[in-house]
Design a protein. Structure first.
Ligand code: TXA
Ligand code: MG
Length: 350
């Protein structure tokens, strides 16, 4: 299949027209959002939704997020909006926030993976919102990567994964948030973060008073435990390299990583924040920026760079789990297949 590419800087209007035409015809379009690139289809067109799973190679029980462009559209999807959901929608939309609500029967089960709930997000990016308005369709969209690979945060990533598999990609440059939206279950008394993202735990706490972080966000999903979010059970975000995450006091982390790096035979690289670079001397590294927000923005691109450079071993200098750091650690722990080493001051380094 021929994939049409549009640059949104110079071809916004023709891109929008073509994308709307494709969506209305039950076809797929990849576009930028503030979090990651999405691969969208008309949420109420079952064959279109099914073709998303095919193009990505995604398991059909992993449900999709439905994107809306204004508040009133929530009612087309959800049966009941809890007070917490209402508060969070007001506070965080448009933006990198997805809320889980009881679904209306009209929402196809192809979208929700057979669940009786639906994930809804109002993004802040102009193109997808204009696309919803122009096509008059709500858009179901997962991240626009091949299933299992890191989410695409730049046009080049989408092109590498999906060129020839979908009819159109809109190029909007790099994404500003860089990790996928926060997914929050608002069905009960206390909201539960199922996937951390750009809207942080601290921000939700300020709006709702209390919030719980699902234990699977950082921990191992217990065998046969029924996952609250089907996405939790799949290996995600993974580069080809073997990844080890090391957390703790920064000098101890660096000592641990340096020891292992020096013993390692294959091509290795260290991923760390700019400030930690001196701790690693001349060893190969990719710098991820100055704080948790920068790391979130740069993480997936760095993992793809590792693949492109044929890296076999990645050492990741852990970040604090405050703010967007929680999202960073959630993604990298998955990329590492839960290989994580926590070092403490004065503790033994093996
Ligand atoms: O930022 C984002 O959220 C991006 C952009 C394109 O909007 N989309 C995205 O979609 O990351 P995807 O499909 O890659 O991830 C959706 C996540 C999955 O982990 C899925 O299991 C979860 O949301 N999810 C969807 N519907 C759900 C539901 N009804 N209950 C629980 N989790 C749900
Ligand atoms: Mg995804």
């Amino acid at each position: 299949m021929e994939t049409a590419v549009f640059d949104l800087k110079t071809q916004y209007t023709p891109a929008l027209e073509k994308a709307a035409e494709l969506i209305c015809a039950g076809k797929l379009v990849a576009f930028p959002t503030e979090t990651v690139y999405g691969l969208g289809a008309d949420a109420f067109c079952v064959p279109a939704v099914k073709s998303i799973f095919e193009a990505k190679g995604r398991p059909s029980d992993n449900p999709l997020i439905v994107h809306i462009s204004n508040m009133s559209q929530v009612e087309l999807l959800a049966r009941k909006i809890t007070p917490n959901a209402q508060k969070m929608m007001q506070a965080f939309w448009p933006g990198p926030f997805t809320v889980i609500l009881k679904k209306r029967p009209e929402v196809p089960s192809a979208v929700t993976g057979g669940l009786d709930t639906v994930a809804v997000r109002m993004p802040s990016s102009a193109f997808i919102r204009d696309l919803i308005d122009k096509s008059g369709r709500l858009i179901a969209a997962p991240s626009a990567n091949l299933s299992g690979l890191p989410s695409p945060t730049a046009f080049e990533h989408v092109f590498a994964d999906l060129n020839g598999r979908i009819p159109m990609i809109a190029d909007g440059g790099p994404c500003s948030v860089g990790v996928e939206s926060t997914v929050c279950d608002a069905l009960g008394e206390v909201p539960v973060i199922l996937r951390p993202g750009g809207i942080t735990k601290e921000m939700i706490e300020r709006v709702c008073g209390a919030v719980r972080v699902h234990e699977a966000v950082l921990g191992e999903l217990k065998e046969r435990e029924h996952p609250a979010s089907p996405g939790m059970k799949y290996k995600h975000y993974a580069p080809k390299a073997d990844v080890l995450v090391v957390c703790g006091e920064k000098n101890r982390v660096a000592q641990t990583i340096n020891l292992r790096y020096d013993k390692n035979n294959g091509k290795a690289v260290i991923l760390c924040m700019d400030a930690f670079a001196p701790l690693y001397g001349k060893r190969e590294k990719i710098l991820l920026g100055r704080g948790e927000e920068d790391v979130a923005r740069n993480l997936f691109a760095a993992l793809r760079t590792c693949d492109a450079r044929g890296i076999e071993k990645v050492f990741f200098h852990g970040v604090d789990i405050k703010g967007e750091g929680l999202a960073v650690m959630n993604r990298i722990i998955r990329a590492a297949g839960h290989q994580i080493c926590i070092v403490s001051q004065g503790g033994k380094i093996d």
